[in-house]
Write a protein that binds this ligand. Structure first.
Ligand code: FES
Ligand code: FES
Length: 188
């Protein structure tokens, strides 16, 4: 039963070791902010941080994630206050929003390494597919988030989408549970 730390909580998945991390996060830990797009490593909708690096969770098994530190969009910030989240909202770089969690994780990982990325660097480092075509606004948003990270700018808090962070956490058991997550729990 692979063990790892997810959003700063220790979890042990009672699932087959070859299970993709994406399914463990979504189906067992109820962390549905991480999206399933293609399942082939092409779209980036499933991007999470593994030991600080943005990786596609559809391509990693839970055996490969054993002992590692996983951050999902739910753990990026509890109150949507991460500069990337605020800048994506401020620059209106979200349309349907399906790609947004994966893009936010890729952008957050990029800004950890390089808080002042050029447009070319953003295009190279954020390979995520957005079917709504937010790319021009995405570049502006990530560069703006970089300025916030470098303390050159502030963005007033993004409006909460009608639900408090505390209420959202109530519906996400893995954010408060520790120990084994049983993949079959919902069927019992
Ligand atoms: Fe993982 Fe598309 S679902 S890259
Ligand atoms: Fe719709 Fe990107 S905002 S897929």
């Amino acid at each position: 039963m692979p063990r790892m730390t997810v959003n700063e909580r220790p979890l042990e998945f009672d699932m087959e070791p070859h299970t993709p991390l994406l399914w463990a996060l979504r189906d067992a830990a109820n962390l549905t902010g991480t999206k399933f797009g293609c399942g082939n490593g092409d779209c980036g909708a499933c991007m999470v941080m593994v030991d600080g690096a943005a990786l596609r969770s559809c391509l990693i098994t839970i055996a490969e994630a054993e002992g590692r530190f996983i951050t999902t969009i739910e753990g990026l910030s509890r109150d949507r206050s991460h500069p990337v989240q605020q800048a994506l909202v401020a620059e209106q770089a979200i349309q349907c929003g399906f790609c947004t969690p994966g893009i936010a994780m890729a952008a957050a990982a990029l800004l950890q390494r390089n808080a002042a990325p050029s447009e070319a660097e953003i295009e190279a480092e954020i390979p995520n597919v957005c079917r709504c075509g937010v790319y021009p606004r995405l570049v502006k948003a990530i560069q703006r988030a970089g300025r916030v990270t470098r303390r050159r700018e502030t963005i007033s808090a993004a409006p909460a989408p009608g639900i408090s962070a505390a209420d959202a956490a109530k519906a996400v058991p893995a954010l408060r549970a520790t120990g084994t997550v049983n993949a079959n729990a919902s069927e019992e």
